[in-house]
Write a protein that binds this ligand. Sequence first.
Ligand code: MG
Ligand code: ZN
Length: 345
Amino acid sequence: MAALASCATVKRLPQKETTPPRPKNIVLMVGDGMGLAQLSLTQSSVDYVLAIFEWFRVIGLSETASANDYITDSAAGATAFSTGTRTGNGMISVASDSSKLTTIAEEASEKGKSTGLLATCSITHATPAAFFAHQPSRKMNMEIAGDMYLSGIDVFMGGGWPYFDSSRLVTAGFAVKHGLDAFRNATEEKVAGFYNHKEHPPKMSEGRGDFLAPASVSMLELLNRNKYGFFAMIEGSQIDWGGHANDAAYLIEETKDFDKAVRAVLEWAKKDGQTLVIVTADHETGGLSMPVPAKPGTPPQAHFSTGDHSGIQVPVFAWGPGATEFMGVYKNTELYHRMNMLLER
Ligand code: MG
Ligand code: ZN
């Protein structure tokens, strides 16, 4: 009997050690087009340590290709980590043959968790769309908005007002909130927030203001009312647009704003103690590099090698219960598989 008991004890130990701690909540934060060069350039322009460089010890690399191109677009890039399947560029959470894929937000809903989306662009834009819509083209903004009504998403905030029908949102159970203050004061179960009545919130340099960080915390508070936890996706959408424009100042302002939201989410998660925070990108934009400055001691220069995306791997930073699952070098689809494994209760 004694031998059996000790044998059983020895057998159980390794199993216990290899089971990762399960987070109650997962917050996926996506800096669209945010490669390591974007982070490094932004770090060189500020006199503090970026939260992304200060907080994380668990770091991985994501290979960003799509099903039909080594260089992904944001639709296929988000579909990869939202559904675990690589699709063709431009497609929103459908496979290359247009069949519907299940998203991580739908998986979370299925498990009784609340779900939320926040972006600094239209909520119908490729990255957030891949978490609630299923359409063959990212250009189908009206159809993408139409998928929101039956999506099971509990809270969203961003642009996109021109694509939505207020009465259909209300019929679907959403309380519609206009502007950050109204969103922050929301108490309803399902909340649809719009930054303003335009397609996209403005750039930081054109007066967006302190939006992403406070809206992130408000969304987490709304979602955290569910005792079974939540899944949230928060996007710094316009880092990519600074890259496409080869505009270093635009890119830096947007990356700083995203990093501020990352810090706010990490501070919230630290207090909560049951939240996994993952920060990554769908791809790099601009083929950015930092050549030696003309004069020693001056800040590094920004050199863009393309006005489009590049195929370089992007970093994955993870913090909280289950974070170590995100170490290593893997395909973008692994983000879905690892998050989904951790969501199992
Ligand atoms: Mg995007
Ligand atoms: Zn782009």
